[in-house]
Ligand binder design. Structure first.
Ligand code: FAD
Length: 469
């Protein structure tokens, strides 16, 4: 039976694009964080939508599970198979064409395997902006971004990937092609099918192409780092900047002092913008379609007002592109510094912005009581209510040993998130990693509706089984 389906795949995509030897398959089976590796029957690399449809139809006929895979940068073990060895990994990497750019409609139509950075560059060459931006942009694909509804650093202004998509082309679980590549901003013709496939983590069908929204490229972008007393002050500063700068405020990231200590220890060459150590920092980005001088004036007057009102302690505004990049590098190096220091217990949560200071205070206190000396590594897209609330062991203790407390730490953090009306997965999705947590925190009504959708669209259960549900 395995030979039968592999023969069909070879007939569809050619021998060279069906990988079955263990060594070549290994990278496709491994989770990005290197904490998990699955097993698969084969890795199949189709080159166009028709080939994807034929592969899915063959798998449906043979009841062979399919794991769609893009750049494999997902952080919840969604794009790798389980250990049964029964599934085919369907890599979309060869579907990497930019099909069209429509400057007047401000859209581009791209295939699912396009790398995000290539899509940004193509938009830039056309004089426009595709605003999705995240640290994995050199490797992640549009299909993966859509399937995880990725967020990133510009959600405050432009929204998540869901808000950046106007149309999809999907191969459903029966191997039929749904051409929903409409670049329409208004289309009230029944159920919003597009929305079902976005964020579905490959459990309902395979996304093969998408129509993405483009924006005018900003004429000026400014970055500032603001030193703060507390998360409460960060939320107040966010409110002040939103009131003064409106849609020009494109980024607002929170970083605790401990995060910057970690970065300084692991990357001593990166600049330290302040002589003093402050409890919290906000990285602020302003984009404007007006002149540089206008953007400078707006940012400086707003931050000046915040300093006068006691909503900030100190601030540096970047005066060159290099300085701005250096400030962003501080933020982007936090995950790298964490990884270099040792594994953490990670959480990707969201809350109403107003509830974040209370949540941090309660979570810090509860963790100190349960694990005295443990070190929260708190940073994230505060403007979107999204925190990466990670927990490192007490200084000098083994990171590996501390991972043994993962279940207890998760329970403290996620129970508090639920109590504050938040979400246990803001950006990264559920995959296999948070499946049990999802079952714990979603209501039976919500889970029941999700199962009904899955059963209706994938009755054979072949699309990325064991993920989400
Ligand atoms: P993969 O990892 O290959 O797949 C992810 C999921 O999508 C899997 O369930 C897979 O089955 C499914 N899938 C992939 N392609 C398709 C398709 N064509 N059709 C159907 N299903 C498909 N996320 C954020 O939201 N914000 C961030 O700021 C952010 N920063 C990150 C930084 C780093 C360094 C890393 C490693 C990850 C980060 N992520 C972030 C995680 C993020 O989800 C991914 O980087 C990205 O969106 C996934 O794209 P991918 O192509 O790698 O997908």
């Amino acid at each position: 039976m395995a030979e039968d389906i592999l023969g069909r795949c070879r007939a569809i995509v050619g021998d060279a694009h069906v990988i079955t030897d263990e060594a070549t398959m290994a990278p496709f089976m491994a989770d990005w964080r290197g904490r998990y590796s699955g097993r698969g029957l084969a890795v199949v690399l189709p080159s166009d939508t028709a080939q994807v449809a034929a592969i899915v139809a063959a798998c449906a006929a043979a009841r062979v599970p399919i794991v769609p895979q893009g750049g494999r940068t997902g952080l919840v073990m969604g794009s790798v198979p389980d250990t049964s060895g029964a599934a085919i990994v369907l890599s979309l990497r060869r579907l990497n064409r930019i099909r069209a750019i429509d400057p007047l409609n401000r859209t581009m139509t791209v295939e699912a395997g396009c790398i995000l950075a290539d899509v940004q560059a193509a938009a830039g060459e056309a004089g426009m902006l595709y605003p999705l931006s995240l640290a994995a942009e050199g490797s992640c694909t549009i299909g993966g971004n859509l399937s995880t509804n990725a967020g990133g650093t510009a959600v405050l202004r432009y929204g998540n990937t869901r808000e950046l998509c106007l149309g999809l082309e999907v191969v459903n679980a029966q191997g039929e092609v749904w051409d929903g590549l409409r670049g329409l901003r208004k289309d009230n013709t029944g159920y919003a099918l597009r929305e079902l496939f976005i964020g579905a983590e490959g459990t309902l069908g395979v996304i093969t192409a998408a129509v993405l929204k483009l924006y005018p490229a900003p004429r000026a972008a400014l970055t500032a780092l603001v030193a703060l007393d507390s998360p409460r002050q960060a939320v107040e500063l966010l409110g002040l900047l939103q009131a003064r700068c409106g849609a020009a405020l494109t980024g607002f990231e929170l970083m605790s002092a401990f995060c910057l200590d970690l970065v300084a220890a692991q990357f001593p060459d990166l600049p330290r913008p302040f002589a003093d150590r402050h409890p919290q920092y906000a990285l602020v980005e302003l984009s404007s379609n007006e002149s540089d001088a206008h953007a400078h004036g707006l940012l400086e007057s707003s931050i000046g007002e915040a300093l006068e009102a006691g909503v900030a302690r100190d601030a540096v505004v970047a005066t060159s592109n290099k300085q701005a990049l250096d400030l962003w590098r501080l933020r982007e190096h936090i995950p790298l510094a964490q990884a270099a220091a040792g594994k953490n217990i990670k959480h990707d949560i969201s809350l109403a912005v107003s509830r974040i200071p209370g949540f941090i205070a309660r979570a810090d206190a509860a963790l100190q009581q349960a694990f005295p000396g443990c070190q929260p590594v708190t940073f994230g897209h505060l403007g979107d209510g999204n925190l990466h609330y990670n927990v490192a062991p007490p200084a000098g203790e083994s990171h590996e040993a501390f991972l043994g407390h993962q279940a207890a730490v998760n329970r403290i953090v996620h129970d508090l998130v639920a109590d504050c009306g938040g979400s246990i997965s803001a950006e990264h999705g559920i995959g296999m990693l948070k499946r049990e947590e999802l079952a714990r925190y979603k209501s039976p009504v919500e889970l029941g509706m999700m199962r009904a959708i899955k059963a209706a669209l994938d009755p054979l259960g072949i699309m990325n089984p064991g993920k989400i549900l």
